[in-house]
Design a protein around this ligand. Structure first.
Ligand code: SF4
Ligand code: SF4
Length: 169
């Protein structure tokens, strides 16, 4: 607004251990992510995963032909050796995920309820308050995919809420 121009470009950080020219690039909105990777030195041969966002909250891209959008702050290229998740083990009820949650949620409970499609329970436990920071998954010693199930539950609960609102109109 200050410069009286629309949002047609933004700074995107692109990084990765094997990338030859990592850095902050001023990118036109709509540019393909693959072109951004080319500008940063091209796909390293050992690329195993491309993440949009930060290392904890980011989402893996299945295709780098997608466009840069206004909410895209960073791209991270992980080598193959760091692209696999450790084996998931049973929850040991250590509550580390609860302690780590900045929103005072119970990530283990939310993920378990979401996994069992108990979406009403996840809603009553405040799943929509989750800000998807990923701290719960990061600290879990059992490598539980907590954020994945919480995201699934949150999306489903938001969809349920929209449908409820439509019925009430
Ligand atoms: S991802 Fe959600 S549930 Fe997990 S720690 Fe962050 S706010 Fe809490
Ligand atoms: S941190 Fe992991 S193992 Fe510990 S209670 Fe949470 S889900 Fe279970």
């Amino acid at each position: 607004m200050k410069k009286n121009k629309p949002l047609f470009e933004r700074v995107v950080t692109i990084t990765g251990k094997s990338l030859s020219n990592p850095g902050n690039y001023l990118v036109r909105i709509g540019s393909p992510v693959c072109c951004l990777i080319e500008a940063a030195g091209g796909h390293p041969n050992d690329t195993g995963k491309v993440i949009s966002g930060g290392p904890m909250m980011g989402k893996a891209l299945h295709d780098t032909n997608i466009p840069v959008v206004k909410g895209m702050s960073g791209i991270i290229l992980f080598p193959v050796s760091e692209s696999f998740r450790p084996e998931t083990e049973p929850c040991i009820k250590c509550a580390k995920c609860v302690t780590a949650c900045p929103m005072n949620l119970e990530p283990q409970l939310l993920a378990a309820a979401s996994m069992k499609a108990m979406y009403e329970r996840t809603e009553s436990e405040g799943i929509t308050d989750c800000m998807e920071c990923g701290s719960c998954s990061y600290v879990c010693p059992a490598n539980r995919p907590l954020l994945d199930y919480i995201r699934l539950g949150k999306l489903t609960v938001l969809k349920m809420a929209r449908e409820r609102n439509l019925k009430q109109q």
